[in-house]
Design a protein around this ligand. Sequence first.
Ligand code: FAD
Ligand code: NAI
Length: 462
Amino acid sequence: MSSYDVIIIGAGPGGYVSAIRCAQLGLKTAIVEGRDTLGGTCLNVGCIPSKALLHATEMLHEAEHNFAEMGLKGKAPSVDWKQMLTYKENTINQNTGGIEFLMKKNKIDWLKGWGSIPAVGKVKVGDDIHDAKHIIVASGSEPASLPGVEVDEKTVVTSTGALELGKIPKSMVVIGAGVIGLELGSVYARLGTEVTVVEFLDAITPGMDKDIVRAFKRTLEKQGLKFILGAAVQGTQIKNNKATVTYKLRKDDSEHTLQADTVLVATGRKPFTRGLGLEDLGVEISDRGQIKTDDHYRTNVAGIYAIGDAIDGPMLAHKAEDEGMAVAEGIAGQHPHVNYGVIPGVIYTHPEVGTVGQTEDALKKEGRKIKIGKFSFMGNARAKANFMGDGFVKIIADAETDRILGAHIIGPMAGDLIHEICVAMEFGAAAEDLARTCHAHPTYSEAVREAALACGNGAIHA
Ligand code: FAD
Ligand code: NAI
């Protein structure tokens, strides 16, 4: 039993980053984690393992499709699924081990076990009760369930099961054309699985810019993914290790079925707050299960804060990290600020999608006068050389002030390119500021500059 300035419950990107910032600011800090390893959803069953499988299968795709044309002859590599999973596990272990090292380096105590808050200023882990002046809840999220769909993590799986399937399925139905469905759907499509994505709405990746949505769907279809849109899944049934998915088309209410070796349920995630004792303390929770906080991540109960997937906002690791730093700085008496208008979103498919700020439709709905600069990667020398000419950069700026309001990229390294625009937006830059910045040739980032030029007098290589 010990006393701390801050105890953080949950060691995902929100919690562990917050712990490090607390320690850097001189606060005596402990972190509680119930898993055997640190890093939360992101490092153990989310961002990192999914990116390892995306990387490995992207290499396979490259070898199968582009090597011969570059004069690299020979048999395309065959897939050793067991080894691919070992590579994924090694990647996880390196990263979770790295977080453990960072905790030790920053003298943060890891209180191992599931924590609860029996009273304000107290955190219980196992039989021990620890004192804390401030408690930060960073307990993250879990997959949302779907009525009629029973997950066994073998035949009907969430993302967690999909990251460790016993074998590569011949067929897969993905329920939900959101980020998880499309990333993991891409992984299996590249491995030869017949992937059908069933989506409730009439478009994939709801909320994204319409030009991206159109181009993205086309690209994924070229890669073999099939889409059934406007379809409400009624339920699944498992028989002889095969699943049947029943869905109704919303346009005419007709009922259909699909059979598959594996069904991936990817219809969103919900906050995970079970067992913390928040209800008994009177901490306010929204209808969607999110812990309610103010701008400084304070709940309605003094001394208890919350961040990350457990509160409102996009369920993204970097959003959780930013909140983790901000809550620590606030506790230490500083005046931090997270700019929710400039949180990038990236989908790590091939090609990648990177977005920041507002979409064309949202701005038009607001009645805002805008101009759009678009540039295709077909006009980018580097992209063409690397078989990456599919896609474009779209920058949206205010028609009068030229201030950048949003950017949407589908193409090579979109997830990295987007950050140039994030920085520009943080500085309140105009499209002309980007357009007048010299960009090295030949780089993908020239496409960003060209899109900025297209907001003004015109792109050069269009
Ligand atoms: P979490 O990472 O969920 O961590 C919470 C931790 O708290 C968990 O380890 C949990 O065990 C622990 N915990 C909970 N309750 C208790 C308790 N009572 N006592 C002790 N410990 C407790 N986001 C991105 O930005 N980029 C991506 O590429 C990306 N890919 C993803 C891929 C997949 C398949 C999934 C599922 C998610 C992905 N995400 C991605 C989302 C990202 O993982 C989350 O947004 C992020 O992990 C949220 O961080 P967090 O710290 O709020 O919570
Ligand atoms: P999501 O919210 O991105 O997508 C869910 C999709 O399922 C939506 O398109 C929705 O319309 C659809 N849907 C909902 N109910 C349905 C039904 N009954 N039938 C058919 N379709 C239905 O959620 P997802 O993909 O599960 O991801 C969860 C979270 O994890 C996201 O918030 C995302 O931010 C995060 N994540 C982020 C990644 C990244 O940043 N690259 C990667 C993976 C996850």
